[in-house]
Design a protein around this ligand. Structure first.
Ligand code: ATP
Ligand code: MG
Length: 525
């Protein structure tokens, strides 16, 4: 290796955040905090309590709720096998050890016992839910059962080649077996909230249960402005109780109030009803039939969706498809009586609340569990990724996840996009500078400065206390750079006199104050 190459190797690797993830830094995080604080307070006024659910869950939870044919589940989830099955590990290695130790047919019994023990342990973990019944696991277990049956019938006279062929098969099966549960980083949180509702028997609480959450979600999408692989959502769910249209309207009113408080610009609410289990399938069939007639005029994505998820075709942004889509049948004309009545009442309820909406018959949601009311909110300054909130009703989802048959509705706000839009419209919080920079010189002054810093901080002021002595000129320069409002100057004279010098950095004026007067003065600002 040349010297140059060696040097290159020695240089430690520089790491970068993974594509689609990013660091949120100050001062931007001040805005994130303000948004989150506003959510906490607005949602509390509507009677919502915060729930914090895990960042990963069994993959099956999302597959079952969001739906296999959705983009989220079919291609965007981060999944991995997680296993915490040490007992199973041990009994697996025990089988392999027996195979290594006993290689003659007369000793088959030892392998059988170990294998039997392993299969029993594996079955127990399946029952406990620690081992997923993936097709691979099911096939491997069947194969091992057959092998065990064979070995149980082995005689001392069985040819040893046959015996070792079988034991080798067992070893290969065991080595290839991946156990553990298939886990996914959450792509959204509604499924988790429903899981938690069931797990904690929340149907015993007064209904409906109103919960909200905020936190990171993960989807493997093509990163671009407003679209990340780790992004943040603020969402809320109303579970249980009735499906009264007033609930739909109130939850929408809550999001709009939240956006209003943040002074989000260009807010546009679109609503639609996508029917229920009775009327939607009929409409979907009609849509499919109509789409088949124009199939060759559609792009490949829409062509595929005719089979998998025809409603999603309505969502298409492809320019060449717009004219065709406009001519497709509208779901509003195919709602059953109950759904039509419900939708009309939701609109009336929104009007009573002064919520301005636009009906959008092409609004369908990307996740399978939605029914009846669906809505989406867009905001200014976001280009084509302009949806800041999506939501809708999902009666039946809790039941689908093994819980009681209850009603549900909710929404999720894309916090990253919300922040982007606020930034674009100049709604930035003022850069947070320090209130007081303490410029001290000398040992005695340092002791006083430490005490002053403690008192000022206790009183709620933000204080910068330099760790080492600086010349006053340099200290004042530093105070300026940090955007401090005041510099508190503490030198030998100040300490001796008990009169501290406070300099207002904006105009350079100075005043001398005793310690109690200083606190009084700052408090009154
Ligand atoms: P889009 O059509 O923009 O992909 P979606 O229908 O997939 O959105 P939902 O699953 O309804 O979105 O999530 C609700 C909100 O979360 C969206 O309106 C959006 O603001 C935000 N969101 C979704 N995916 C991302 C992402 N990858 N990056 C940033 N925000 C996202
Ligand atoms: Mg999406």
């Amino acid at each position: 290796m040349s010297e140059g190459a060696a040097k290159k190797e020695d240089k430690p690797r520089k790491f970068q955040a993974i594509r689609g993830t990013r660091d949120l830094l100050p001062p931007e995080t001040t805005l994130w905090n303000r948004v989150e604080q506003t959510a906490h307070s607005v949602f509390a006024t509507f009677g919502f309590g915060e729930i914090r659910v895990p960042v990963f869950e069994p993959t099956e939870l999302f597959a079952r709720s969001i739906g296999l044919n959705t983009d989220v589940v079919s291609k965007e989830m981060y999944t991995f096998a997680d296993h915490d099955l040490q007992g199973l590990d041990i009994s697996c290695s025990q089988v392999i050890r027996m195979i290594d130790m006993f290689s003659s047919p007369g000793q088959a019994q030892y392998v059988v016992t170990a294998l039997n023990h392993f299969l029993a342990a594996a079955n127990q973990e399946i029952v406990r839910g620690n081992l997923s019944r993936t097709p691979e696991v099911v096939i491997a277990m069947q194969r091992l059962e057959e092998d065990m049956l064979f070995l149980s019938g082995v005689q001392a006279t069985t040819p040893s080649a046959e015996f070792s062929y079988r034991t080798n098969e067992i070893r290969l099966t065991l080595e290839a077996m991946q156990w553990g549960i298939d886990v996914a980083l959450r792509p959204e949180a509604t499924a988790s909230v429903c899981r938690a509702y069931i797990e904690h028997n929340m149907q015993q609480l007064p209904q409906p249960v109103k919960l909200y959450y905020m936190g990171p979600m993960f989807r493997r999408e093509r990163p671009q402005k407003g679209r990340y692989r780790q992004f943040y959502q603020i969402g809320a769910e109303i579970l249980g109780g009735t499906d009264s249209p007033a609930i739909d309207a109130e939850v929408i009113e809550m999001v709009m109030t939240f956006f209003d408080k943040l002074e989000l610009q260009g807010v546009q609410l679109d609503i639609n009803s996508i029917g229920c289990r009775d009327c939607r399938p009929k409409y979907v069939e009609l849509l499919r039939a109509e789409l088949l007639k124009v199939k060759d005029k559609l792009g490949p994505d829409s062509q595929r969706r005719i089979e998998t998820n025809p409603l999603r075709v309505l969502d298409s942004k492809l320019e060449s498809e717009q004219k065709i889509i406009e001519k497709l049948p509208h779901i509003a004309d195919h709602l059953c009586n109950d759904c039509a009545t419900h939708y009309a009442a939701v609109k009336r309820q929104l009007e009573l609340r002064g919520v301005i909406y636009r009906e959008n018959w092409r609004l369908v949601r990307g996740l399978d569990y939605y029914m009846r009311t669906t809505f989406e909110i867009t905001a200014a300054g976001l280009g084509s990724q302009n949806a800041v909130c999506g939501g809708g009703r999902y009666d039946g989802l809790v039941e689908l996840l093994g819980g009681p048959s209850i009603k549900g509705i909710g929404f999720a706000i894309g916090e990253d996009r919300l922040i982007l839009s606020l930034q674009e419209s100049g709604k930035l919080p003022a850069q947070q500078g320090r209130d007081v920079y303490i410029a001290w010189m000398g040992e005695k002054a340092h002791a006083t400065a430490i005490r002053a810093a403690k008192d000022l901080r206790n009183a709620g002021f933000s204080v910068e206390l330099p760790p080492v002595e600086q010349k006053f000129g340099k200290a004042l320069g530093q105070a300026d750079k940090l955007g401090a409002r005041f510099a508190l100057i503490l030198g030998d004279n100040e300490v001796a006199e008990g009169l501290w010098t406070l300099k207002t950095l904006a105009d350079g004026s100075q005043q001398k104050l005793t310690e109690p007067d200083l606190l009084d003065f700052l408090r009154k600002l």
